[in-house]
Ligand binder design. Structure first.
Ligand code: ADP
Ligand code: MG
Length: 149
């Protein structure tokens, strides 16, 4: 498995994070699993607003946190899940999300770090760090299989 950093940037407002999400959308070729990591209030949902808008399947205002409903679908094949309220280590199959990684779909998962080690390999790992005030450090890594695997 090799990991390449695609984006490492500090944003200074929610609007800037949404704009960065739009840029990140161009790196998401379905089927794709993107895991978003970062504390509560880091900006994961804000970034997803930009990603979903950038994919052209919904406007940023239509994207809200799926923390109660677990998963939202935008357009036909873009799914946005939030594992915040899920206790303990789970995998996508216990959540009923497993099939979504087989379809030509895009699955964006907040609190992606809660998935166990059996989780399918993500295409993208996105970490967001609160740096104080409105500053957020956002790092996007592309994860690819080695040809020998
Ligand atoms: P999470 O989904 O990680 O819990 P949200 O995206 O729901 O986080 O919330 C992020 C909060 O931080 C929002 O209230 C947003 O307005 C605020 N915020 C301030 N600065 C930024 C920034 N640079 N990027 C993203 N959100 C920011
Ligand atoms: Mg959120």
């Amino acid at each position: 498995m090799s990991v390449t950093t695609l984006v490492a940037r500090v944003t200074h407002s929610p609007e800037e994070t949404v704009r960065l999400g739009r840029e990140i959308a161009s790196h998401l070729q379905p089927p794709c699993l993107a895991l978003l990591e970062g504390d509560l209030g880091a900006g994961k949902t804000t970034l997803v607003k930009g990603i979903v808008a950038g994919l052209g399947v919904a406007s940023e205002d239509e994207v809200t946190s799926p923390s109660f409903t677990l998963v939202h679908e935008y357009g036909t094949n873009v799914f946005h899940a939030d594992l915040y309220r899920i206790e303990g280590a789970r995998d996508l199959s216990t959540l009923g999300l497993e099939d979504l990684t087989r379809e030509p779909s895009t699955l964006l998962v907040e609190w992606g770090e809660k998935l166990g080690h059996d989780a399918p390999r993500p295409c993208l790992r996105i970490s967001i760090e609160h740096c104080g005030g409105d500053e957020r450090k956002i790092v996007v890594e592309k994860v690819t299989a080695n040809s020998s695997e």
